[in-house]
Structures are given as structure tokens and as C-alpha cells.
Design a protein around this ligand. Structure first.
Ligand code: PMP
Length: 435
């Protein structure tokens, strides 16, 4: 049987495909920004394969580091044992994260990094005797993964209504999104902060933590807010003594132009979640990094003070080797210094669409660019997304609009010519759109 028949017979893909959906595209190999399909087609991966392959595919430095590690120590239990790649990676991350985030807890993917953060926050208060602090606040539109705790924190994204009965209650604040030329941003921020104040007045003494995607909400459609808002939020939470969790699963490792969005916004959360770009897309792994004060609350002899979380593959040594090699690539290739150039190319590309009657809410931050397509059925289920995706695939672009939001999130090896090509195809996609 060929791949498609085998796949169609036995594979259950994420977001189950309708039987009428096009066949999945079988990819044989990938290099840099290019994906090579079994049937000879090529695709420019302009979304870094769900936002993970930050340096492009099959980067030789990272591939070689994994191969070396696989011949030395592929995996070892991480309870009561440690290894050089994990200890070294924890050290390297702490050197680069906002000052004060010092304790690295390893897990498997973005969702579990968030689960760990939620458990840390709840138990931090419990270990301090504040057992009433069980509430969480999140943001409308926020996505934090699809395990149960992460779905609860992300109930504001609206994907998980089916599973409502298994989720816990989470309060929601409006996300003061902004775009180029937006004049209402200050009022939106004030409204969000006023809601926070009201929530704190009513529930402040039962609130454990606020969780958010800092600066850019990814799955909500690359919705962006200003650093000033994060600063005002953090100031209020600090004054009220409430923990702040930043989910940097998408924004981490350079996406916003700085290594972390928290550095760009100059806000230090109490807990940060990292995955996706951590291993540059080579292996699933994540970390949840906490302040020393959080960690201290878990020390002690009694078992119920301990963080009860430990997976079979915790701190997988291949993942750690990949992450260390990715940090090495940042140094070798001076990656951070290249990011402003990508931002400029993104702006130039978007400028070619300026004035198009279907294009609105143009926004760019670092390597992330997005705009909304004017649509009667705006939102995640907008039919525009499927139409455009098919058009882009036919023309060799891997772009997956989020409903009526088109976004470009390339690996950092992208060239000016490749982005020009992408924006030319996007422009022609808009021309043929049936709205
Ligand atoms: N948080 C954010 C901000 C994300 O974008 C994602 C994935 N899109 C997750 C958490 C979940 O990560 P994963 O899919 O690796 O579990």
C-alpha cells in the first residue's frame, strides 16, 4: 500500500479530517525552509511547521548533536539521576531568561509545560497554607494547549466547548489587541485593567495566578498587545501578591525579535513555559522555569509538599542535546542580530498588500506578521481559511490561515526572496478569494 492508503486506513490525525478533506501531503524530507514531498512537490515552510523549526529543518549542527548524544546516552530516568545535557541546558537557559527565573523543570511539550505551571502555582499557595487560592485568570482568545488543565486555562480560545464538563473554572480578561494605526489601544488596555481591578476586588484573595501568552496570542490569530499593558498588569499583580505565568511556548526563542517576549516587554513573570523553539523542532520537550521563591515553597521532607509530576521521558537527553545545539546555532549564526532584518522584510511584504480592500489589522512583531481578511464569517471557522490554505498549497507555500487571519511565521533562515515570493502568492490568493 502507498503512504496515503496506509494513512487513510489507520492514522487518526489531529482535528480529525472529514472524509471529503484533501489527502494529507506525504513529506519525504526537509531542509532549511523547504519541505520535499514524496511526489516531487516542494513547499516553503512559512509557519515553521507549527512554529517549532526556528532555524529551519534538518540544521546540521543540531542533527549532529542529536546523533552524538544518541550514541552516548539516549535516555535515562530523571528521578534521582541527572546527566550533563540536562544540567548544562538548565544553566544555559537561566543565563538567558529574565533575571530571577532560576529553577528549570523539564517536561514533554507545550501543554504539559502549562500543566506544570498551573500545578506549581496552586501548590505554591497551598504549601504556604493559603489553600483558598485556587482560582486562575486567563485572557479571552488565549490558547495554552489541549491537556485538561491547559484546556481550562485556554477556555477563552473557544476550541474546547465539547470538553466543558471536564474543565475547571477560569476567569477571563479581555485581550487588548492592537495593530498598525490602531488609535483605540489605550482605551482597550484601560478597560482590561479595570476588569482586572474588579476581579481582584471580588476574588483577589482566592486567586492563585494569572496566565497569559505575552505580547502575542498565537492560536487566537497572532493577536498582539503592547509591552506597556504587560507592565501595568505585572505591577498590579505584584502589588496584590498574585503569581504571573507567561506561556512563551510560541513567543519564546526569538519570535518577537528578542529571545523571549518577557525580555522584550521587560516583565519578569514568576513562572515561564517554553517549548516549540526550545529544541528547534527536532524533539518534543518543554521546560517550566520558576523563581527561587516558588521553588523554595516545595522544599521540605513531607511528600505532599513535593511537586507531583514526573514523566517517563522527563529531560530526555536527546531533547536536551538538541536544545543546547540550538542555543549554539543562535551564537554561531548571530541569529538574534538577523531578526530585525526579517521584521523589515515582513513589513515590506505587508506593504505590498496595503490598500487591498480585504486586508485589515496589519500587524508585525519581530518575525511574526499577520493581517485579518475582511469576512462575513470572521473567526477560527471562517471558510476563508480553507480556501486560502488550498490556494497556498497548490502554489507551494505551507501557510495555514487561522480562520480569516493570514499569518507568516518563517524559520530564521528565510531569505528576502522567499518572503517576496510568499507575499506575491498571498496577494494573488486574495484576488481569487470568494467572500
Ligand atoms: N501554549 C501556546 C502559546 C501554544 O501556542 C501551544 C501550541 N500551539 C501550546 C501551549 C501547546 O503546545 P503543544 O502543542 O506542544 O502541547
Amino acid at each position: 500500500m502507498n503512504i496515503i492508503d496506509l494513512d487513510r486506513s489507520h492514522v487518526w490525525h489531529p482535528f480529525t479530517q472529514a472524509q471529503t478533506a484533501p489527502d494529507p501531503i506525504p513529506i519525504a524530507s526537509a531542509q532549511g525552509i523547504r519541505l520535499y514531498a514524496e511526489d516531487g512537490r516542494e513547499f516553503l515552510d512559512l509557519i515553521s511547521s507549527w512554529w517549532v523549526n526556528i532555524h529551519g529543518h534538518a540544521h546540521p549542527t543540531i542533527a549532529a548533536a542529536i546523533a552524538r548524544q544518541a550514541h552516548t546516552l539516549e535516555q535515562v530516568i530523571f528521578a534521582g539521576f541527572t546527566h550533563q545535557p540536562a544540567a548544562q541546558l538548565a544553566h544555559e537557559l537561566v543565563q538567558r531568561l529574565p533575571v530571577g527565573l532560576t529553577r528549570v523543570f523539564f517536561s514533554d511539550d507545550g501543554s504539559t509545560a502549562v500543566e506544570v505551571a498551573l500545578k506549581m502555582a496552586l501548590q505554591y499557595w497551598r504549601n504556604h497554607g493559603e489553600t483558598q487560592r485556587t482560582r486562575f485568570l486567563a485572557f479571552e482568545g488565549g490558547y495554552h494547549g489541549d491537556t485538561v488543565g491547559a484546556m481550562s486555562a485556554g477556555k477563552g480560545c473557544g476550541f474546547f466547548d465539547t470538553y466543558g464538563s471536564m474543565l475547571f473554572e477560569v476567569g477571563l480578561l479581555p485581550f487588548p489587541e492592537t495593530w498598525d494605526g490602531d488609535t483605540a489601544v489605550a482605551a482597550k488596555e484601560q478597560a482590561a485593567l479595570a476588569q482586572l481591578d474588579a476581579y481582584l476586588a471580588d476574588h483577589g484573595d482566592t486567586l492563585a495566578a494569572v496566565i497569559m501568552e505575552p505580547l502575542v496570542q498565537g492560536s487566537a490569530g497572532m493577536r498582539m498587545c503592547r509591552p506597556e499593558f504587560l507592565q501595568a498588569l505585572a505591577t498590579r499583580l505584584r502589588a496584590a501578591g498574585i503569581l504571573l505565568i507567561f506561556d512563551e511556548v510560541m513567543t519564546g526563542f526569538g519570535r518577537t525579535g528578542a529571545l523571549f517576549a518577557s525580555l522584550k516587554a521587560q516583565v519578569t513573570p514568576d513562572i515561564i513555559c517554553l517549548s516549540k523553539g526550545l529544541t528547534a523542532g527536532f524533539l518534543p520537550m518543554s521546560v517550566t522555569v520558576a523563581s527561587e521563591a516558588i521553588y523554595a515553597a516545595f522544599l521540605g521532607e513531607s511528600f505532599d509538599r513535593a511537586l507531583i509530576h514526573g514523566h517517563s521521558f522527563t529531560a530526555n537527553s536527546l531533547g536536551c542535546a538538541a536544545a543546547l545545539a540550538s542555543l549554539q546555532v543562535f551564537e554561531d549564526e548571530q541569529t538574534l542580530a538577523k531578526l530585525p532584518q526579517i521584521e523589515r522584510w515582513q513589513r515590506q511584504g505587508l506593504a505590498t498588500l496595503a490598500g487591498h480592500p480585504l486586508v485589515q489589522r496589519v500587524r508585525v512583531m519581530g518575525t511574526i506578521a499577520a493581517f485579518d481578511v475582511v469576512a462575513a464569517d470572521a473567526g477560527y471557522t471562517s471558510a476563508i481559511g480553507a480556501q486560502l490554505k488550498a490556494f497556498f498549497h497548490e502554489r507551494g507555500l505551507l501557510l495555514r490561515p487561522l480562520g480569516n487571519v493570514v499569518y507568516v511565521l518563517p524559520p530564521y533562515c528565510v531569505t528576502e526572496a522567499e518572503l517576496k515570493q510568499a507575499y506575491a502568492v498571498i496577494a494573488s490568493g486574495l484576488e481569487q478569494l470568494v467572500v
